[in-house]
Design a protein around this ligand. Structure first.
Ligand code: FAD
Length: 386
């Protein structure tokens, strides 16, 4: 038997693509090597799946070609996905910054996608690993459970992050095999490891509101001190833009001016560390002051010392040596080069009938539901075409 479309990978993008193709009357098979589909959906958003972001726009994505994602995102919007969620009476809420989460469980999203697959007549095979893809005439998908034939193949194998839930590099291997370029891949939306941080262990667990910047990108959210460096939403966001050669600058008191505050209180004999502890967590201040400026009474601080203290707090320069790696990263940055694909359909320009969707493509979203929106939108684009 020959399928109109075989979709490799039963994750967010693969299932969504299958649904759209099935609705168009195509004979579709999804092949997933895990015993169940949508494992990343299940663990996402702390078990509540941050399934989209109301503010999704091309500016929330990183890619060698920042224009590539525009067409797909415009044709399948967050509102389109919300309509589906409403149809299944899944309760959701906005946590912050346009991020929509299931009120109950991520399982509801997976169940919804499986129900839609059934309605669209999509066949889903789980526990079957795809080993390779060949194209003697039609495509042949070689698996641990035998060979499948298809007129078109959609590669939806995701990125390399969280190998324990089934990530594989098959998508990149297939791209290379068919002569398609890849951009460099690396872990992203991930905690960063500090270069020289003798105090890291003592600071672990401290969380505070901060503005984290690198180059022209800046995010204001919480940061969290870890045993090896920093994590928390603002750090995960900046990890998309971080490169080892460029330091990250952190404003530990965004929206306030330590310079003004210290100058105003200069008549007091209170120690600098005690005063700053009124603004920042005490355990952090103890170490930070020790490392950065003399802990003298405020009325003994010189102009230069005040300037130095303010710069240390508002422009804390942090050097990171590496990320915490694919095992801890939410996504993989980079992937199949967008110049190889049609932005309308996700089909490889050089290989008619071969499509790449979701995270395997060099399109990576910010933290906050953007990566799922890309999975739905790119899946939709390919599903309308296969
Ligand atoms: C812990 C965590 C939390 C996250 N939370 C969020 C969130 O709340 N919101 C958000 O937008 N994004 C979140 N993400 C990112 C999001 O999960 C991914 O970007 C998204 O799942 C990508 O969809 P995809 O379909 O491209 O890949 P995936 O969902 O990873 O699907 C790929 C599928 O292909 C299968 N596969 C791989 N190789 C083979 C093979 N050889 N044979 C057969 N099958 C194979 C895999 O098992 C997998 O099921 C999170 C990621 C992680 C790791």
């Amino acid at each position: 038997m020959i399928f109109d479309a075989v979709i490799i990978g039963g994750g967010a993008a693969g299932l969504f693509c299958a649904i759209e193709a099935g609705k168009r009357g195509r004979k579709v098979l999804v092949i997933e090597h895990n015993p169940q589909v949508g494992k990343k959906i299940l663990i996402s958003g702390g078990g509540r799946c941050n399934f989209t972001n109301l503010a999704t726009g091309p500016e929330n994505f990183i890619s060698e070609n920042p224009h590539f994602c525009k067409s797909a995102l415009a044709r399948f919007t967050p509102e389109d996905f919300i309509q589906l969620v409403r149809k299944y009476r899944i309760e959701y809420y906005q946590k912050k910054l346009g991020q929509l989460f299931c009120r109950e469980s991520s399982r509801q999203i997976v169940d919804m996608l499986l129900a839609e697959c059934r309605r669209a007549g999509v066949e889903v095979r789980t526990g079957v690993r795809v080993d390779s893809l060949t194209r003697p005439d039609d495509f042949e998908i070689n698996t641990a459970a035998g060979k499948f034939k298809a007129k078109t193949v959609v590669v939806a194998t995701g990125g390399l992050s969280y190998p324990k839930v089934g990530a594989s590099d098959l998508g990149y291997t297939i791209a290379r095999q068919f002569g398609l370029d890849l951009t460099k891949t690396r872990p992203s939306l991930v905690a960063l490891v500090r270069k020289n941080a003798p105090n890291a262990k003592a600071l672990a667990g401290i969380s505070l509101d901060a503005e984290v910047s690198t180059g022209s990108h800046s995010f204001r959210e919480n940061i969290l001190f870890t045993h090896r460096g920093l994590s928390g939403p603002a750090i995960l966001q900046i990890s998309n833009y971080w490169t080892p050669s460029v330091p990250v600058e952190i404003d530990l008191l965004p929206g306030q001016s330590l310079h003004e505050l210290l100058t105003k209180e200069r008549h007091r004999s209170q120690r600098a560390s005690n005063f700053i502890s009124e603004l920042l967590p005490h355990r952090f201040v103890e170490r930070f002051v020790e490392d950065n400026f003399p802990d003298r009474p405020l009325d003994k601080l010189s102009d230069r010392e005040i300037e130095f203290a303010a710069a240390a707090v508002h422009k804390w320069n942090v050097q990171f040596s590496e990320t915490e790696g694919h095992g801890r990263a939410e996504v993989t940055l980079g992937g199949v080069s967008t110049h190889e694909l049609s932005s309308q359909t996700m089909e490889a320009k050089k290989v008619p009938g071969l499509y790449f969707i979701g995270e395997v493509v060099d399109v990576t979203g910010w933290l906050g539901g953007y990566n799922f929106q890309w999975a739905w939108a790119s899946g939709y684009a390919a599903g309308r075409d296969v």
